[in-house]
Design a protein around this ligand. Sequence first.
Ligand SMILES: C[S@@+](CC[C@H](N)C(=O)[O-])C[C@H]1O[C@@H](n2cnc3c(N)ncnc32)[C@H](O)[C@@H]1O
Length: 326
Amino acid sequence: MELKPNIYYKTILQYREAELLFEALKLDIFSYLDEPTTLEEFLKSTNYDKENTKYFLSALLSCGYIEKNNLTYCNTKCSKLYLSKNSSKYIGKAILFREKLGSISNIGDKVKDNSLGQNDKLDFSELAEIVHDEMYVTGRVDDFNREIKQLFSDKYRNYKVLDLGGGSGVLSIEFIRNFPNSTACVFETSEVACISKKIIEKNDMQDKIFVLEGDFNVDAIGDGYDLIIASGIFNFVNMDITEFICKLSDALVLNGHLLIIGSFFENEEYHKEHILNWLKGYINGMKPAPKKSEIEQSMRKANLSLEKRIKVGLFAGELRRKDGEI
Ligand SMILES: C[S@@+](CC[C@H](N)C(=O)[O-])C[C@H]1O[C@@H](n2cnc3c(N)ncnc32)[C@H](O)[C@@H]1O
């Protein structure tokens, strides 16, 4: 069969489509198109340039982000729900942040010579703020709530929860919403802790959710927990993985649960979605998460048996239970 280079041209087109979406979000185009709107009405609201706006809307139309009926432009149902600032499910800001977070433009310099340029640190404070709404919109919160309701049956019991590297604290907030007599600790670095506190206070839960500042690799994390959440943190564990998992197990009560959310692989052939999103992180010094087999072995040593594998929004997760000593 004759080989053709078409896929590369397709990639350029996809890249343009992505660029178009980012520019449209920056221009806030979708917030003006919740209802069928003529070009003249759009220009009256935005004061944008007539000719260029016409081309830009044509491009959005060609990609299926908006629709056109006679002389009016309008969001698709999906764009109205997620890309218009008038919607409670708006995630435009999160999309723009994620683009910046994982952007690999000019990363080639560091591939050629790792000593070139500064390490681009991941901005976890901004991530904690941005991820808040996204967690509700992408189904993470609904999936989490469904799982905890299956794990914990007594709505009025005082369960104790630890959210390690909890960022926004949303999962702790949701736990307390479901089990109002419970208490939770969000364990975070000092940089992010102030954001966690701000979000917890905004939800008026500061008397139920406490923020512990520290480094989970070296500091004590407390004990007596019925649930420990370890979501997206395994790339930041610097200590021996078995020691870390035993530290989590020691902090749980007997039959307590460990919820892990993250991607683990058997070797360095990462899945496309993972490596493309985290390439910038790895190239800037983030260490790979432990291998699946290492996690499995450490869990056995720590008496944490697999209860089930779950899906939490866009991510994979698993629930473990702390068994008694054999
Ligand atoms: C990828 S984010 C995950 C945030 C949140 N758990 C989630 O799933 O959305 C990793 C979080 O771990 C925190 N973190 C990283 N290293 C840490 C450490 N050594 N001690 C405490 N927190 C840490 C970061 O500040 C960040 O908020």
